[in-house]
Design a protein around this ligand. Structure first.
Ligand SMILES: [Zn+2]
Ligand SMILES: [Zn+2]
Length: 114
């Protein structure tokens, strides 16, 4: 007798249908979850389970800088004390702080050097 197998929607492994449960998701769809994945709890992507999530507000408050050389906007990690340089051109002489709420506030780049 052949056992029916189904691909788990979470780990993408082929598992016997007896280990699969269909969890309803949305109106007309459901996901197939194997017993392993059900034990792990809610369906989360692998990458997010590896490191704990930091509060979102920290990310939003990240200072943004714009490089006047190449007009490249980038975020700076406030925890880092390293000198800030444009990730695009690698220069730091024409950086200025870019504030979404007050884009006209200019700060000389020398203020940000260690
Ligand atoms: Zn699985
Ligand atoms: Zn640049």
């Amino acid at each position: 007798m052949e056992e029916r197998r189904i691909i788990c929607d979470h780990c993408r492994k082929l598992v016997s249908i007896s280990k699969i449960k269909f969890i309803p998701q949305g109106k007309n769809s459901s996901v197939a979850l194997c017993s392993n994945c059900r034990d792990k709890g809610p369906v989360i992507e692998d990458k997010t389970t590896k490191k704990p999530l930091k509060p979102v507000k920290n990310v939003e408050k990240r200072p943004q800088f714009v490089c006047d050389r190449c007009r490249f906007k980038f975020n700076v990690n406030p925890d880092s004390n390293k000198g800030i340089a444009c990730p695009y051109c690698g220069k730091s002489d024409l950086l200025r702080r870019y504030d979404v709420n007050a884009a006209d506030i200019l700060v000389k780049s020398s203020n940000f050097r260690e």
